[in-house]
Ligand binder design. Structure first.
Ligand code: PMP
Ligand code: GLN
Length: 380
């Protein structure tokens, strides 16, 4: 393994999912829903396979999906995009983030990322040869403070890697935080890569794409995907949107990573994005209820819970239960009581940060969440 990738051995999700399987545990570690997305969307993919959408689709994505992505951005945020030049379909948000990092950064560049960060960010920054500079969000409010951001900027800073709603804390950046970030980006002429995969999973407050702030349209590449919004994490259809020059650069990298993305899933996701508003409000209501079951349940068990405003994750502190090390706690939890979680330490450049924090996912059926809480209550 090249030195750049040392330390990125196995993802924590694979490690904890394997432990969950070994002990027959309820897997609240890796975030994936236990119920699939809408039947009409699944049927659309089956129909697309039958209709012969089985060979390489166009590199940037089929026109129908690019049009649907642009329509979705207009419908929810008033963002105008040219589907021909400002929308790129990718193999999940993961590829959009990877291609963005590879397109914009290289050795000598610095990338500022909100920390804790989704684990692929650090690995992709390492692959590009750039350096990751963490902007650490700290409990209890995990705020992205402008003065701290300013202290991270150097003449080498090239990119700010944002994620809101934020995995793993569940924080939704406030208008004031977004304004502060936008001001710094404009002042220092930085590109922003905004990972908004949880855009529709917001329970308190509102998701505001940073690309809609003054001066941001021309410097922001926004990333999202079908995985969370339509509970189809295995389809790996994502997208990058923004100004033609930046999206064109991401496309250059994407061409040599995967070339194209899953043909029969593309018309199906185009149909999904056009689902009526009731789908999106139903998704939010449903997940809000599940958030409440898990957050209240973890509180009753004795964790210190940071109630998330968005995403499908709850971050909790294990210290009130008498533990210090979240990683050790997560390694033993499946065997102890038949529940799996992931340690937040893996989302930090310095694992001592977030050492006592663990993350539970609530994209599971309410009865499964209640059973998980029951099992956790039996731990002590
Ligand atoms: N970004 C974040 C913040 C995520 O939590 C996830 C989901 N694991 C992804 C990107 C990846 O999305 P996809 O499955 O569409 O590649
Ligand atoms: N995004 C999901 C999570 O954070 C799944 C990640 C993965 O399996 N790579 O849990």
């Amino acid at each position: 393994l090249t030195p750049r990738l040392r330390g990125f051995g196995t993802t924590v999700f694979a490690e904890m999912s394997a432990l969950a399987a070994e002990h027959g545990a309820i897997n609240l570690g890796q975030g994936f829903p236990d119920s699939d997305g809408p039947t009409v969307v699944k049927e659309a993919a089956v129909a697309a396979i039958r209709a012969g959408h089985n060979q390489y689709p166009p590199g940037p994505g089929i026109p129908e999906l690019r049009a649907a992505i642009a329509e979705h951005q207009r419908r929810f945020y008033g963002i105008e995009l040219d589907p021909g030049s400002e929308v790129l379909v990718t193999t999940g948000a993961t590829e959009a983030v990877a291609a963005g990092i590879l397109a914009f950064t290289g050795p000598g560049d610095e990338v500022i990322a909100l920390e804790p960060f989704y684990d692929s960010y650090a690995a992709c920054v390492a692959m590009s040869g750039a350096t990751l500079v963490p902007l650490t969000l700290r409990p209890p409010h995990f705020t992205a403070d402008e003065a701290t951001l300013r202290a991270c900027v150097t003449p080498r800073t090239r990119l700010i890697l944002l994620n809101s709603p934020h995995n793993p804390t569940g924080v939704v950046l406030s208008p004031a935080e977004l304004r502060g970030i936008a001001e710094v980006a404009v002042e220092h002429d930085l590109i922003v890569l905004a990972d908004e995969v949880y855009e529709h999973l917001v329970y308190d407050g509102t998701h505001i794409p940073i690309s809609t702030l003054p001066g941001m349209r021309d410097r922001t590449v926004t990333v999202s995907s079908a995985a969370k919004t339509f509970a189809l994490t295995g389809w790996k259809i994502g997208w990058a949107t923004g100004p033609a020059d930046l999206v064109g650069a991401v496309r250059t990298a994407k061409q040599y990573l995967t070339f194209v993305s899953g043909a029969p899933f593309q018309p199906a996701i185009a149909a999904a994005l056009r689902l009526e508003d009731g789908y999106y409000t139903g998704l939010r209501q449903d997940l809000r209820r599940r958030r409440d079951i898990l957050a209240d349940g973890l509180t009753s068990v004795g964790f210190e819970v940071y109630r998330p405003a968005g995403t499908y994750f709850v971050t909790a502190d294990v210290r009130p239960l008498g533990f210090e090390d979240g990683y050790a706690f997560c390694r033993r939890l499946p065997e102890w009581c038949g529940v799996a979680a992931v340690p937040n330490a893996v989302f930090y450049a310095d694992p001592r940060e977030g050492r006592a924090l663990v993350r539970f996912a609530f994209c599971k059926r309410p009865d499964v969440l209640r059973e998980a809480v029951r099992r956790l209550a039996s731990m002590s």
